[in-house]
Design a protein around this ligand. Structure first.
Ligand SMILES: Cc1cc2nc3c(=O)[nH]c(=O)nc-3n(C[C@H](O)[C@H](O)[C@H](O)COP(=O)(O)O)c2cc1C
Length: 362
């Protein structure tokens, strides 16, 4: 078994897979279920000065992803302090308390939740893309508590600039990314948006946003040295490996835990372990930032040869042939043929092959 335990700012996680702020962390009982389901640590649902008044409907599964308009916790911070945080702490796992949003709000809430927190996580979801209010919120938290303060970033367009400003302002780590939006889906039967928010908007999460999350992590990890929690679209252990390769030090899961329940953490940890074992890695830390190192070594991209075909793996299913825009692929009864004069080396067939029978020529 590969070593899955990680240490982030003194927090020891038995495995790097945590629930993200959201329904999988909505109260103490849910957090206890996450612990039983194999989470390596806990992140609590975002609290703020007042409970959220959540418009309904506020969640929908859509093709390839998930829409929500859930805001922050609908439970009062007093209830969290009286009951919910203690239940989370009873698990013995490190507890990261999420809170929002502005400097004023953080100044009020941070000292109240501090007794229950191994670290704080500040959400920038309603703070905008400007750097100053985000840094002000961080400063307010740093002045109020003595535990690590992580900042959870939305997929801001200026992510590197914000990451550097936060490291300079003594953020202890970054969490990226929050859901992406605003987005919209319409119920064809009623003609109305799926989400009950005033505008009908919702925020996208789940598998659809994973490439956005990976890119944000990769961009931030290249310009800062503080640890990054990767979040956004993790469905299985390979997704975790991908986030680590982009530069993450641990990860969080929301949508997959909503859709499949609190046993996902142990399952994802097992899959991560299987990936590491199969590829000869002794620990998950070994692949942290791998892509950043590989990209630094790589010269100009040069994949202009047709992909290699492994006929032992190929089932002649025809998926690659159907979608080849260049009509370069044909199948006979026993072989897959690629016409090197027609092949554009676009790589689509490699990405579509379920059996990894195709590989780009290196
Ligand atoms: C229904 C729902 C509620 C959420 N609530 C919060 C929240 O209170 N605070 C927060 O920082 N992020 C919240 N998020 C964002 C998630 O923590 C996470 O960043 C995002 O969904 C991407 O991860 P995923 O694809 O694994 O869901 C919420 C997401 C969903 C789907």
């Amino acid at each position: 078994m590969a070593k899955l335990s990680v240490s982030v700012c003194g927090l020891e996680f038995a495995n790097p897979i945590l629930p993200a702020a959201g329904p999988p962390s909505r109260d103490g009982a849910t957090l206890q279920a996450a612990a039983r389901g194999g989470a390596g640590g806990l992140v609590t649902k975002t609290v703020s000065v007042v409970p959220a008044v959540v418009p309904r409907p506020c969640m929908a599964e859509i093709r390839g992803g998930f829409l929500n308009t859930e805001l922050w916790s609908e439970l009062a911070v007093e209830q969290w302090i009286e009951t919910e945080y203690a239940l989370a702490r009873s698990t013995g796992l490190p507890v990261i308390i999420s809170l929002g949003y502005t400097a004023d709000q953080i100044r009020q809430v941070a000292p109240l939740v501090r007794p229950f927190a191994d670290a704080l996580e500040l959400s920038t979801h309603y703070v905008g893309n400007d750097i100053a209010p985000i840094v002000n919120a961080l400063n307010a938290a740093k002045a109020a508590v003595d535990v690590p303060v992580f900042i959870k970033l939305s997929p801001h367009p200026n992510i590197q600039e914000i990451a550097v400003a936060l490291e300079d302002a003594r953020a202890d780590g970054l969490v990226m990314i929050n859901s992406f939006g605003p987005c919209m889906s319409i119920d064809l039967e009623t003609g109305l948006p799926l989400m009950g928010s005033k505008e009908g908007y919702g925020w996208l999460s789940g598998a659809a946003i994973k490439p956005l999350a990976v890119r944000c992590i990769y961009d931030a990890a290249r310009v800062v040295n503080i640890p990054i929690f990767g979040v956004g679209g993790i469905v299985n252990g390979r997704d975790v490996a991908e986030m680590f390769m982009a530069g993450a030090s641990a990860v969080q899961v929301c949508t997959e835990a909503i859709l499949r329940g609190p046993t996902v953490y142990a399952r994802i940890a097992r899959e991560l372990d299987a990936f590491l074992e199969q590829h000869g890695y002794a620990s998950v830390d070994e692949i942290k930032g791998l892509t950043i190192r590989k990209m630094a070594e790589r010269g100009a991209p040069q994949a202009e040869r047709p992909p290699n075909v492994d006929m032992e793996r190929c089932s002649l299913c025809g998926l690659c042939e159907i979608s080849c825009p260049y009509r370069a692929i044909s199948t006979s009864e026993s072989a897959l043929l690629i016409d090197k004069h027609k092949c554009f080396s676009c790589g689509l067939c490699v990405s579509r092959c379920k059996r990894q029978a195709l590989a780009m020529a290196q």
